[in-house]
Write a protein that binds this ligand. Structure first.
Ligand SMILES: Cc1cc2nc3c(=O)[nH]c(=O)nc-3n(C[C@H](O)[C@H](O)[C@H](O)COP(=O)(O)O)c2cc1C
Length: 217
């Protein structure tokens, strides 16, 4: 265990504080994200897929929670959830959201602003079908974000559904699926000594290119 800790720390020394330069970053922030993500995996960052997502509904009250990033493409960042949840309600009222990744081991933060859209039914089906059976049953059993009178009610529901779906494939509930966050602004933050951190911001232009600027730490 001690050996493993030393190993992770040695990687951390390698990356933490590594300068983030306009000249060396990719001109496309989604590609730059992938470079950083691969470095996070190599550095054994815990849960590199975990991202905070902030939503603001009609009441103008921001709400923040973690979800898992499940796919990334040129178009954006994909996560899956319940379409009846609180976050889904906020999104239905206002599809502007913000994401945040924090990889402490690398002293890196990625901040994203964008608009969120439902992914296709086919994409949600494909992902749902790849999930473990227990998670599929969980999606059926939980009316996410609604009040439960007790834990027992949930467990009974799981038992009932386990029996119902015995010996058959479990279809995706229509109220469960993916969202894609299409970014218009992405900031890469690299911790540097003496709080003189590097911050590079990519902003999407009207012609769908990206402009990079440096902002003060
Ligand atoms: C590390 C982590 C990952 C999570 N991943 C997901 C996820 O991928 N999808 C999801 O719906 N909830 C996920 N959750 C639970 C959410 O944080 C949240 O409790 C849930 O989505 C309900 O949020 P809402 O009531 O604001 O809609 C995750 C929680 C943690 C701590």
């Amino acid at each position: 265990m001690e050996e493993l800790k030393n190993f992770v720390n040695s990687i951390r020394r390698d990356f933490a504080g590594k300068p983030l330069n306009e000249d060396s970053v990719d001109t496309n922030p989604l590609k730059q994200y992938q470079i950083w993500f691969e470095e996070a995996v190599s550095a054994q960052v815990v849960d590199p897929y975990a991202m905070s997502i902030a939503t603001v509904g009609k009441d103008m009250q921001p709400s923040l929670r973690l979800v898992y990033l499940r796919d990334i493409s040129e178009n954006g960042f994909v996560f899956y959830t319940n379409y009846g949840s609180q976050k889904a309600g906020d999104i239905a009222e206002n599809n502007k959201v913000a994401l945040n990744f924090y990889w402490v081991e690398l002293e890196r933060q990625i901040r994203i602003q964008g608009k969120v859209f439902k992914v296709s039914e086919e994409m949600s089906d494909t992902y749902f079908n790849s999930r473990p059976r227990e998670s599929q049953i969980g999606a059926w059993a939980s009316a996410q974000s609604t009040e439960l009178t007790s834990r027992q009610v949930l467990e009974e529901k799981v038992a009932e559904l386990t029996k119902k779906f015995e010996n058959q494939d479990i279809p995706r509930p229509k109220y469960w699926g993916g969202y894609i966050v299409q970014p218009f602004k992405i900031e890469f933050w690299q911790g540097r000594p003496n709080r003189l951190h590097d911050r590079l911001v990519y902003t999407r232009t009207e012609t769908n290119d990206w402009e990079i600027s440096r902002i003060a730490p």
